[in-house]
Design a protein around this ligand. Structure first.
Ligand code: AMP
Length: 290
């Protein structure tokens, strides 16, 4: 069953008012479309937790930098509403850019700190674009639980931060990364890979696993050793151009001097036309008393 589509704020308001009049709780899954099993896992989780699920499909120009893939970004609303409906979406909100911003926005939601390193350094302005559009979606939908993938781990941290700082009435839930059987994290941008690049792409995940082995098997607590292992692993595939490899505190995304407790390993690299990102958790083993 294809989900019905609303394209205006007014129609979304009416739909939400109807549901809320019946006492429904609302789940929100923001996406840029080109839905895959990663998105669908968020929708299924939203449906399990809530009575009514809104999936938004909006390719947000604000979060694309100059020279990024805004015009090439895959778009297919008919396919998306079919997949979204089957996964449990009750309505797809697919506004045009003009509907979202009848006038250019004079407001930007900028999160300091957590948006600065990693993706923030590589993609200036990206998280301002994300935070501004997500805050606006939260304004349009109101009280809800919103679901985001850990695939975009820093994005999730940025969103949690402004929701906390601004006391927005939204509960933010992070969901695990969905991967193909060979380990490649699902991404709409995987469509840019040639067959040959697609074969090599899981090596990005291998680099993360190499980093995790240094922490969990070799029991090293020196972050440089972890970064070196990830870098060396990816360097085995010359077609990759590494952007960053990092091991950070999962809450503030700051690299610790010494690793303790739960940490997050993140990598970003170019492969052909695609820029791929991925991340995994790791836990520093507690020394056992002998
Ligand atoms: P996007 O359409 O790329 O903006 O992604 C929409 C949402 O789906 C974001 O919260 C992403 O983190 C999430 N997402 C994308 N890929 C995956 C994946 N492989 N596993 C889990 N969530 C994902």
């Amino acid at each position: 069953v294809s989900a019905p589509v609303v394209t205006t704020r007014a129609a979304l308001d009416e739909w939400l008012a109807d549901r809320r009049a019946g006492g429904a709780s609302v789940g929100l899954v923001p996406t840029m479309g080109a839905l895959h099993a990663g998105h669908l896992s968020l929708i299924r989780r939203a449906k399990a937790d809530n009575d009514a699920v809104v999936t938004s499909v909006y390719v947000n120009p604000l979060q694309f930098g100059a020279g990024e893939d805004l015009s090439a970004y895959p778009r297919d609303l008919d396919r998306d509403r079919g997949l979204a409906g089957e996964a449990g979406t009750d309505v797809v909100f697919a506004p045009s850019v003009d509907e979202m911003w009848p006038e250019p926005s004079q407001t930007t939601v900028h999160v300091e700190g957590v948006s600065a390193p990693l993706e923030g350094r590589s993609r200036p302005g990206h998280f301002d674009g994300v935070a501004t559009i997500v805050a606006k979606l939260f304004g349009l939908v109101g009280l809800c639980t919103a679901y985001f993938g850990e695939k975009d781990f820093q994005q999730l941290a940025v969103i949690k931060r402004f929701v906390q700082d601004l006391s927005l009435p939204v509960h933010v839930v992070g969901c695990p990364v969905v991967r193909d059987p060979d380990g490649l994290a699902l991404s709409s941008r995987n469509a840019y890979l040639t067959d040959e690049e697609r074969e090599l792409a899981p090596r990005l995940y291998w680099a993360l696993l190499a980093g995790r082995r240094v922490i969990e098997d070799e029991r090293r607590t020196d972050p440089d050793a972890v970064v070196e292992a990830m870098t060396a692993s990816l360097a085995e595939v010359p077609r990759f151009t590494l952007d960053y490899a990092a091991v950070v505190d999962p809450h503030d995304l700051v690299p610790p001097d010494t690793l303790t407790g739960d940490v997050r390993l993140l990598v970003a690299a170019r492969l052909g036309r695609a820029r791929l990102i991925d991340n995994i958790p790791a836990t520093v083993p507690v020394p056992v008393a002998s």
